[in-house]
Design a protein around this ligand. Structure first.
Ligand code: SF4
Length: 364
């Protein structure tokens, strides 16, 4: 795509839609996974599926950080509250249900100290303002968010703040990709790769995808950008020639950010983590290094995530691995709605179930 073409241009979008229709072979079904929850929401919001031929299918992947947080990890939020800790969180987590059916919002309504922040660093202001309380930031996110969580820990150590810790359930994408790629039942042809994560990791993250003879295209979040990426994927599949293409260069450098990776490796080490839907993946999480142990809420409060089965009837695990669409969950739109969510895929603003419900995608 010519970078000078406005990425919200309607005519360009229509031209790309037609080009996809011409490029897609009638006798082939193309299955593309959008990995990032922001893509899931942007696709739903823009009505992008209506611009694609019926044999080009988009399925969601494990790129919504709230959705992949395991039930055992979520339950520790409530254990912290029960220990009298003041918890600090992004707004997205407030309505996530624990195994007992209660959310952080419910807990707050009953007197628990739960603060919502826009940046993890805001936790420092809270801790300084109330030195008699202990604040724990709930660290949920991928490579994109994790550097800001690491920055919080580094700053707290620098300022010698003692009434602050982090519950780090940050996760990284390589092992999740490995698992998805090994699942041949998914029959994937390519990936719409997450721009935000790539801005940190660089495009080398996608080498295993190319080695598996599937397409990997980094895309922005505007309809023209996503259509352009889908056109590229279909072209590579038709030719049987695969290489990573970065279509989001206006924001994402091919090499990512070494500075952000340095911050991550200063504070975190790769630990084993349990993902909703994917199970336990070796070295797929970010644990806090020994040098910063005093800021590790797991150690400080002696917490261990339990092996808890997911909420009864909720099929989030299958939704976020592209195995089923939300409408295949018997609770979708009935017992599970954004007003009364049962699972995290309906809670999160990047969740697939929330996107399908909000934009009435129903049976798609
Ligand atoms: S509709 Fe609700 S219960 Fe069903 S998979 Fe989605 S979040 Fe889980």
């Amino acid at each position: 795509m010519n970078p000078n073409i406005p990425f919200r241009d309607k005519e360009t979008a229509l031209k790309l839609s037609n080009a996809i229709k011409n490029e897609a072979k009638e006798d082939k079904h193309y299955k593309i996974m959008e990995v990032c929850g922001t893509h899931t929401m942007a696709i739903a919001r823009s009505g992008l599926r209506s611009m694609l031929p019926s044999n080009v299918e988009l399925v969601s992947g494990p790129g919504c950080p709230v959705c992949v947080t395991s039930q055992g990890e979520i339950d520790l939020f409530f254990e912290l509250i029960d220990k009298g800790v003041s918890v600090v969180s992004f707004g997205d987590l407030l309505r996530i249900p624990g195994s007992n059916g209660q959310s952080l919002m419910d807990k707050r309504a009953h007197g628990a100290d739960v603060s919502v922040v826009y940046s993890p660093l805001d936790t420092i202001k809270l801790a300084k303002a109330s030195p008699d309380k202990h604040y724990t930031f709930l660290g949920i996110g991928f490579e994109t968010t994790a550097p800001t969580v690491a920055a919080l820990i580094m700053q707290a150590k620098k300022e010698n703040i003692e009434n602050l810790s982090v519950l780090s359930f940050c996760k990284t994408m390589p092992k999740a990709f490995e698992l998805i790629l090994s699942d041949t039942s998914l029959h994937l042809d390519g990936f719409l790769c997450p721009g935000h994560v790539t801005a940190i990791t660089g495009i080398s993250l996608y080498d295993p995808i190319i080695a598996s003879k599937k397409a990997a295209v980094v895309a922005g979040f505007e309809p023209v950008e996503m259509l352009d990426a889908i056109y590229e994927i279909i072209g590579q599949v038709n030719k049987g020639e695969f290489h990573t293409v970065n279509k989001y260069r206006r924001v994402v450098p091919d090499e990512g950010s070494q500075a952000a990776r340095d911050i991550l490796s200063t504070v975190f080490y790769d630990n084993d983590a349990t993902w909703r839907g994917l199970g336990k993946l070796e070295k797929s999480g970010l644990g806090i290094k020994e040098e910063y142990a005093e800021y590790d809420a797991l150690k400080r409060f002696n917490l261990v995530p339990k092996d808890i089965t997911e909420i009864k009837g909720c099929k989030c695990g299958q939704v976020l691995t592209g195995k089923i669409k939300p409408s295949a969950c018997g609770l979708f739109g009935k017992k599970c709605t954004p007003e009364e969510p049962v699972g995290p895929c309906m809670v999160s603003s990047e969740g697939t179930c929330a996107a399908y419900y909000k934009y009435k995608l129903g049976e798609i």
